[in-house]
Design a protein around this ligand. Structure first.
Ligand SMILES: Cc1ncc(COP(=O)(O)O)c(C=O)c1O
Length: 415
């Protein structure tokens, strides 16, 4: 967000959309009632065991291991594997890069596919050398061709770690993402579908590679289990300030100022990364209780998301807006709706959008590999970094709001 908005705001002075109602980029699926009711976590004999059982039912896997965060889960798995090199997409969340470095591995990047957000088997085929880990991502809940990547890994003696951090509940050919690779990872971070402020689950699909008991015991840094009081207060406030009426009037002006004055963000070193609560805070039973509450109503959430996706798809049909959602994917499990507008600079779109009272999300804009390699080796990742825009998908987004947003977006794209 910082890079794209710093550029977009260069020629705008003051508040670009004063006193408007604005749809926030994301709202958590946990409601304030969940946050408060989960305080009674100690009344349940073992909330962690209850969440583990729920995940066992969903995935059909016995060994489910909790971690402080998705990044920490990835670092824990990798740190126990003897492999020295990890193949990962040149377009994904930068904390994943830091996690691989925390595990002490060398990174080999691959490009994402054309008109996709994911790296596919075609790219992994070039880099899948014996003894490498293939770290495979299903970005924003959109599946990559994971079966072909797993087949490749078996042929080439590679291990697959499936980063389904943002793809909870998404299925491919009826099978849940996160259950294909040797290990799968789901994140329960605030911006994800099952939001428990922070936390993750590792799905062990192949217990021959690593002893699940060792993986359960492994830590990449010292960590403690602490009741997340600060996060609880933060979440209650977040749920209040992300009400669209309040958000546009009081939150967005502050965000705009922050982007305008933001210094360039530097890469987080692995030493600094492990000092954050994403590594040092154990997943707490209270958080398990929160996750359980969202999982209990996941089918209702899926229905809401599917209807929002169908609105976006129908409004964008035959327009200048290109949807990067493949028609065959599990649309009810999408986390965001990625789009691009070919031939129009993103900064210009964001600027016009703000003027129309639309605040749009961008993500993963900073280079993971050497910047100079992007044009020649990772051109599609470069395009995604520079052009991708993410539209909101959460169950409290009202369908008429989504339709209005989509229509205004088309106007901006064609204007
Ligand atoms: C694709 C992807 N993988 C992993 C992570 C890390 O998850 P967490 O924030 O739980 O560490 C993220 C975070 O947003 C992500 O987007």
């Amino acid at each position: 967000m910082e890079v794209a908005y710093a550029e977009a705001l260069q020629t705008i002075h003051g508040n670009p959309c004063p006193w408007r109602t604005v749809v926030p980029l994301n709202r958590m699926e946990v409601r304030n009632s969940d946050i408060l009711r989960s305080l009674a976590w100690f009344c349940r004999p073992d909330s962690l065991a209850a969440l583990r059982d729920a995940l066992r039912n969903l995935t059909g896997r016995q060994n489910i291991i909790f971690a402080s965060s998705g990044r920490c889960a990835i670092a824990r798995i990798l740190s126990l594997l003897p492999h020295e090199e990890v193949v990962m997409p040149a377009y994904t969340c930068d904390v994943v890069k830091a996690a691989v470095e925390v595990a002490g591995k060398r990174i080999v990047y691959v490009d994402i596919a054309k008109d996709s957000v994911n790296a596919t088997s075609a790219a992994y085929a070039e880099a899948a050398k014996p003894g490498r880990v293939l770290l495979v991502t299903h970005l924003f809940g959109i599946p990559t061709d994971i079966e072909a990547i797993c087949a490749l890994a078996r042929e080439r003696d590679c291990v697959v770690v499936e980063d389904a951090a943002g793809a909870f509940g998404s299925r491919r050919n009826g099978r849940m993402l996160g259950t294909f690779g040797d290990f799968g990872v789901f994140s329960f971070e605030r911006s994800k579908r099952v939001s428990a402020f922070r936390g993750a689950a590792i799905i062990v699909n192949n217990d021959q590679l690593l002893d699940p008991v060792r993986l359960e015991a492994c830590r990449v840094t010292e960590s403690k289990r602490v009741m997340p009081l600060r996060e609880i207060i933060h979440a209650l406030v977040y749920n209040a300030v992300t009400l669209p009426w309040f958000y546009g009037r009081f939150v967005l002006p502050r965000l705009v100022e922050r982007y305008r004055n933001a210094p360039a963000i530097k890469d987080v070193s692995k030493e600094a990364a492990v000092l954050t609560s994403y590594y040092t805070r154990e997943f707490h039973p209270y958080q398990a209780e929160l996750a359980l509450r969202v999982i209990e109503r996941i089918n209702t959430v899926r229905e809401r998301i599917a209807s929002l996706v169908s609105i976006y798809l129908s409004v964008f049909r035959n327009t200048a807006v290109v949807s990067l959602v493949p028609p065959e994917c599990d649309q009810a499990a999408l986390l965001r709706f990625p789009v691009a507008v070919p031939g129009k600079a993103r900064a210009e779109i964001l600027r016009l959008a703000l003027r129309h009272g639309l605040y749009l999300e961008t993500n993963f804009e900073r280079p993971l590999a050497e910047e100079s390699d992007y044009a020649t080796r990772y051109p599609h990742a470069l395009l995604a970094r520079q052009n991708l825009i993410l539209l909101p998908l959460y169950s409290t987004l009202e369908p008429p709001m989504a339709e209005l947003l989509a229509r205004k977006f088309v106007e901006i794209a064609t204007g």
